[in-house]
Design a protein around this ligand. Structure first.
Ligand code: HPA
Length: 238
């Protein structure tokens, strides 16, 4: 059964899905890393592909930007397409002083200014958290690669252009990085009883006015992708 946003049929999508924000990155990953990739979605150009990596079925699909967009696509993966694991692969801005350009950040938790949790009617503040199984596998894969990585809390913002300039306040709480999707993804996974993780590479340091070049982003993107793909293989062997 297709959805208004995804033309895949049940069974077209693997149990583990890698989700970059940019659908063209999904195409790049499918064409450069997966064996026998088949495109299952072109609705709104939010490309989705399924293939295999080291013999394991893996899908890769764009999420778009922000809690609202990843909220739609990941909800459908978990609840319509029986996906068990969604691994976001994306970029983030450094917030903590010790986090450098090109580092990998694995999001153990995702603080947020988004109202996404209000739909659950909870009598308190929800703490969006990664799946331990995916987190452990990703940290092991990052350590094995020897790439500089950090594990901790990130900040999922509703806004990229932020009038309130709130980053210094999040920095005081030792938040590692700012991005725009992890919290909504983690909430959808928890609500569905499924697994999610965000693996991020630092593309800029907004507090220091630094950013990477397009070429640097491509290289660091490869480290992150390989960590995510090795994580997919590790959890499929359980
Ligand atoms: N803000 C929000 N999201 C981001 C940033 C940022 O500075 N960099 C990469 N994703």
């Amino acid at each position: 059964m297709s959805t208004p946003h995804n033309s895949a049929e049940k069974g077209d999508i693997a149990k583990t899905v890698l989700m970059p924000g940019d659908p063209l990155r999904a195409k790049f990953i499918a064409e450069n890393y997966l064996d026998s990739p088949v495109c299952y979605n072109e609705v709104r150009n939010m490309y989705g592909y399924t293939g295999t990596y080291k013999g394991v079925p893996v899908s890769v699909q764009g999420s778009g930007m922000g809690p609202a967009s990843i909220g739609i696509y990941s909800w459908e993966l978990f609840n319509i397409y029986d996906v068990d694991n969604v691994i976001r692969v994306g970029t983030a801005g450094a917030v903590a002083d010790h986090v450098q350009l090109r580092d990998v950040v694995i999001a153990m938790s995702a603080s947020t200014n988004s109202a996404y949790a209000s739909q659950y009617g909870l009598p308190g503040t929800y703490a969006p958290t990664a799946s331990w199984e995916l987190l452990r596998a990703a940290a092991d894969a990052a350590a094995a690669k020897g790439a500089p990585y950090h594990v901790g809390n990130v900040f999922t913002s509703d806004t990229f252009y932020d009038d309130a300039n709130s980053l210094a306040a999040w920095q005081k709480m030792n938040v590692l990085a700012i991005e725009m999707e992890a919290a909504a993804l983690y909430m959808n996974a928890s609500r569905a009883g499924k697994n999610a993780l965000a693996i991020l590479t630092i593309s800029d340091c907004p507090l220091k006015g630094l950013s990477t070049t397009a070429e640097e982003r491509q290289t660091t993107f490869r480290d992150m992708m390989e960590i995510a793909l090795d994580t997919a293989v590790a959890v499929s062997n359980k």
